[in-house]
Design a protein around this ligand. Structure first.
Ligand code: 7PM
Length: 277
């Protein structure tokens, strides 16, 4: 399995760790935009040293209930970070956005992959990604971040999520994106109850059978909190265990905050898979 990301090819025989870099103001560091940028670049460089081969740069909070951010504000946050990383690192640069104008500018600044929690459903987003020859991740989300956790219901969550990502992958193919430049993601925590998340993680083979690399993001999420009783900063071990089990079930990309721990978890899972790493 491989993922072609413009001029970079990710060999996913060894599953890839995608490090999460948020360029969003937070309550801990209120140092302004320049400070946020610098902190994001340094965090990304540390993640690369720890073994991340993809860096996911996001400027919009997709937290349940989060406020929406304007396109220009997102560009001001993510583009300088992407430019700096493109000049300093040879990893795959992913932009975490849904907006066509952000996709366009980020790809021109050197991003290789569009990670869109809305699966390129905003008007113009699919065309922007295709026009620039980007790789894409199509993720399932029920509803919108502001409302998605209010009693989501499914008749068969695994089948419904599978059908959705298959349809979005088909839409990407239809727009001219190459088959080997598409990855899929069930969107753990996005419009799902705990039981839905568990059921999806128990049935990852249903997704790998679609033939696209499977990306899984559980890092520090609520389901790890429910399983361990721990706050976000203490969910490193729980998140790494799920990462290892996801790799065992065939996942090719793990999205994570704690890159060193996740790289170890992936290596252990690969070693026990009995293949050559
Ligand atoms: C609060 C709750 C803040 C959840 C941030 C989040 C995914 C993603 C995110 C994922 C892909 C987080 C999430 N999660 N993109 N973006 N897959 N492809 O934990 O699971 O970072 S945002």
């Amino acid at each position: 399995m491989k993922l072609v990301c413009r001029d970079r090819v990710l060999d996913l025989a060894l599953p890839a760790v995608m490090g999460i870099v948020n360029v969003t103001p937070d309550s801990f560091s209120d140092g302004g935009l320049h400070y946020e940028r610098q902190a994001a670049i340094e965090a990304a460089m540390r993640m690369i040293d720890a073994g991340a081969v993809i860096i996911d740069v996001g400027g919009e909070s997709t937290r349940p209930g989060a406020a929406e951010v304007g396109g220009q504000q997102e560009i001001d946050r993510v583009v300088p970070v992407i430019e700096a990383l493109a000049a300093r690192a040879d990893v795959v640069l992913s932009v975490d956005t849904s907006k066509p104008e952000v996709i366009m500018v980020a790809l021109r600044a050197g991003a290789h992959l569009v990670n869109d929690v809305r699966a390129l459903r905003m008007p113009g987003s699919l065309a922007a990604a295709a026009a620039e020859g980007a790789a894409v991740c199509v993720m399932h989300m029920r509803g919108e971040p502001a409302t998605m956790q209010s009693e989501p219901r499914y008749l068969d969550v695994v089948a419904e999520v599978r059908d959705f990502v298959r349809e979005r992958a088909d839409a990407c193919l239809g727009a001219g994106i190459a088959r080997d430049s598409i990855c899929i993601d069930p969107g753990i925590g996005f419009g799902k109850t705990h039981q839905h998340n568990v059921e999806l993680l128990q049935n990852l083979r249903t997704f790998t059978e679609l033939g696209y690399p499977l990306l899984i993001g559980v890092s520090r999420k609520g389901l790890i909190g429910i399983m361990t009783g721990r706050p976000p900063a203490e969910r490193v071990v729980g998140s790494a265990v799920v990462a290892a089990l996801a790799v065992q079930a065939g996942a090719s990309i793990i999205r994570a905050h704690d890159v060193a721990a996740t790289v170890d978890a992936v290596k252990v899972a690969v070693a026990l898979r009995g293949e050559v790493a």
